[in-house]
Design a protein around this ligand. Structure first.
Ligand code: NI
Length: 162
């Protein structure tokens, strides 16, 4: 296992569309282990997408406080419901956060690391994290949801980062 540095803006890997995983082989399982270790290497991190460690593949991990880690391969949002305004930050945009609109609940599907199909209906922080990390796979950052860069604000480093 290994902890990888987080790629930050203006690294072009953050703006590209990640590729679907075709075969869940040992390299993908290792990628997931490394992503989980990288996620837990600093407090306050709750989600990570593979492009953030420089790997342009459709893999995300979520580690909410007091909950089991979730790894999802080829995740897709199948339903969004409702709308809410949330503060959001990103490990790849260090030092800032902004307020954006996210769904109240999302339903996603994908595969776990054994290739089994999974479906998750989420609200709260999990819904936000799933939308945020799936955005990363499409080269989208929360900044892209801001109406203006004037809405960006400085944060303290210990706040939640997605
Ligand atoms: Ni992020």
């Amino acid at each position: 296992m290994a902890v990888f540095p987080i790629h930050t803006l203006p690294d072009p890997v953050l703006k590209q569309k990640a590729k679907r995983v075709r075969t869940i082989d040992r390299s993908i399982k290792k990628l997931i282990r490394d992503m989980i270790e990288t996620l837990h290497s600093e407090p306050g991190r709750v989600g990570l997408a593979a492009p953030q460690i420089g790997v342009p593949l459709r893999v995300i991990v979520i580690g909410l406080p007091e909950e089991e880690d979730i790894a999802i391969i080829n995740p897709e949002i199948v339903r969004r419901r409702g709308e809410r305004l949330l503060d959001e930050g990103c490990l790849s945009v260090p030092g800032y956060f902004g307020q954006i609109k996210r769904a109240e609940t999302v339903t996603i599907k994908g595969r776990d690391q054994n290739g089994k199909e999974i479906r998750i209906k989420a609200d709260g922080l999990l819904a936000q994290a799933l939308e945020h990390e799936i955005d990363h796979l499409n080269g989208v950052l929360y900044l892209d949801h801001l109406e203006s860069m004037d809405q960006l604000r400085k944060i303290e480093p210990e706040e939640t980062q997605l």
